[in-house]
Ligand binder design. Structure first.
Ligand code: NAG
Ligand code: NAG
Ligand code: NAG
Ligand code: NAG
Length: 466
């Protein structure tokens, strides 16, 4: 009965989309010319009849069996699987919430914050996981109406896994003394994620997990692509673009079948955000690789579990990347003794990591030497860290250096531009300072201090602020 209702609604959606398609093929739509053109081509390729059949419930078998090791028949609710492998899949699960629902807002943010070019390389998969089929059908209809174009262009897929594929969700182990309903909630969530990842394994090269209540920063896709390029040649399992929950975590899709299987094996043991840490460690990525600023922000005020309040926010989130620092290529030189592998360049990279030096004394320096003399508009330096707020720079001076020695890396003459205050330095409008295109930025320690020194970030802007 429920099933038939679902089918009927799917067909309704299909029909309304066909009407929509006819409408747009009849009327001019100047702003989105290229998208419409692309869609017309697609419609020609696929044929309208095809569109209609694709709208019926589908089995993943049609996508090929190679990665479908969990042998699930998904219900294909909306969208057409992309013809070719994309760069990125953005995946999320959504359940009914008693209070506000943010799914549509989340999707709007994903699409609005991406350019046409970026969207071509990306596919969004929504896994509707509420046991209430009626609710799923309503949401499906809203999605199909609001994002008809993205659905038709194969950029947005909506799937559902029938309840019969779920392992038992009653009488589970109560690890950590969690309440029974909490255990049921988190165990089901692990399975929801596993099936979503299993589905996505074949769609793209990389997979990004987000939740159904996030806001994205502008051109997050390009920021992720750059981050991936910056790690080329080095081993990683998970790159993180948010510090919250299961938001903004990037995987190679080649790892997804294993991760999905892993979540299934341990689904009742612990919450997903612990399991994904174990997964990374098992695949021998020891350290968290988190990029700053964060690209995703939590917008919900209530968690999907029992609608409890959840006001977690990521203070490293930046909505507009045109405000991100540019940090041109540079080498770091310091005579402060480095602790373990907290190397000088970690202060300068956009990965969440830092330089950690032992007891600096007056006269020690930390120098950023640009590969090329660079016009600078703003410099911001932060010392100390959340965990070790005591390890900040007690007294220091920032200077711009000009002339390089012929052979050496260092600059020969420096002009001071200001002092650290409470361990931080931030100066703008440097384009009009005495040194117009410095080759070096030097931090001079001006007092002995007994505490060690953490330089958590050095940010340099080579363009005027917005
Ligand atoms: C996938 O596997 C099923 C059963 O094992 C088979 O019937 C189907 O033809 C396969 N599909 C493809 C595309 O290989
Ligand atoms: C996959 O699922 C189908 C239908 O549920 C079943 O007939 C088939 O035996 C399964 N294949 C494997 C390899 O488990
Ligand atoms: C998925 O994998 C199968 C088998 O490896 C392949 O034939 C198919 O083209 C892939 N689909 C996509 C969208 O890449
Ligand atoms: C600062 O430290 C250096 C080396 O550790 C030492 O030689 C110097 O005397 C100290 N200066 C002061 C003012 O304590």
């Amino acid at each position: 009965m429920v099933m038939r209702c679902f089918l009927r609604r799917s067909l309704t959606v299909a029909i309304s989309l066909l009407v929509f398609l006819l409408l747009i093929s009849l009327s001019p739509w100047p702003q989105e010319d290229s998208e419409i053109k692309e869609m017309r081509e697609w419609v020609q390729d696929a044929g309208l009849q095809q569109l209609h059949t694709d709208w019926n419930l589908h089995s993943l078998q049609n996508l090929g069996n190679a990665t479908n090791f969990l042998n699930i028949s998904y219900r294909y609710l909306a969208g057409i699987p992309p013809f070719e492998k994309k760069f990125l899949t953005v995946g999320l699960c959504s359940v009914k919430r008693k209070r506000e629902n943010y799914l549509l807002e989340t999707l709007r943010s994903v699409f609005e914050q991406s350019t046409h070019e970026e969207l071509k390389e990306m596919v969004v998969v929504v896994h509707l996981v509420d046991p209430d089929e009626e609710w799923n059908a309503q949401v499906l209809e809203k999605i199909a109406r609001r994002f008809a174009l993205q659905v038709l262009l194969g950029r947005l897929l909506v799937i559902h896994t029938p309840a019969e594929y779920y392992p038992p969700l009653e009488g589970l182990k109560r690890n950590f003394n969690d309440a029974e309903d909490r255990v049921r909630f988190r165990s089901k969530q692990n399975v929801d994620y596993a099936y979503l990842m299993n589905f996505a394994a074949n769609l793209s090269t990389y997979y990004l997990m987000v939740e159904d209540d996030v806001r994205c920063s502008k051109s997050f896709f390009t920021a992720i692509r750059k981050a991936v390029a910056s790690r080329e040649g080095s081993y990683w399992v998970t790159l993180e673009f948010s510090k919250l929950g299961y938001i903004g975590k990037l995987y190679h899709t080649s790892d997804l079948p294993r991760l999905a299987e892993f979540l299934m094996l341990f689904y009742q043991e612990m919450p997903c955000d612990w399991l994904f840490v174990h997964f990374r460690l098992l695949l021998t990525q020891k350290e968290v690789i988190r990029f700053k600023p964060s690209l995703f922000q939590h917008i919900g005020h209530y968690s999907s579990f029992q609608n409890t309040e959840n006001k977690l926010k990521d203070e490293d989130f930046e909505e507009d990347p045109s405000t991100f620092p540019d940090n041109p290529p540079a080498d770091m030189i310091t005579d402060i003794k480095t602790f373990e592998n907290y190397l000088p360049n970690k202060a300068y990279s956009n990965v969440e990591d830092y330089f950690w030096g032992k007891t600096p004394s007056a006269g020690n320096s930390f120098i950023v030497v640009f590969k090329q003399a660079t016009r600078i508009f703003r410099i911001q330096i932060r010392t100390g860290s959340e965990q070790r707020p005591g390890d900040y720079l007690r007294a220091g001076l920032v200077e711009l250096g000009t002339q390089k020695y012929r052979s050496g890396l260092r600059c020969s003459s420096y002009v001071p531009i200001g002092h650290f205050e409470h361990g931080n330095f931030d100066k703008q409008n440097l384009e009009s300072s005495a040194v117009s295109a410095p080759k070096c930025v030097r931090i001079m320690v001006t007092l002995n201090q007994s505490e060690w020194l953490i330089i958590s970030s050095i940010s340099i802007w080579t363009k005027p602020g917005p």
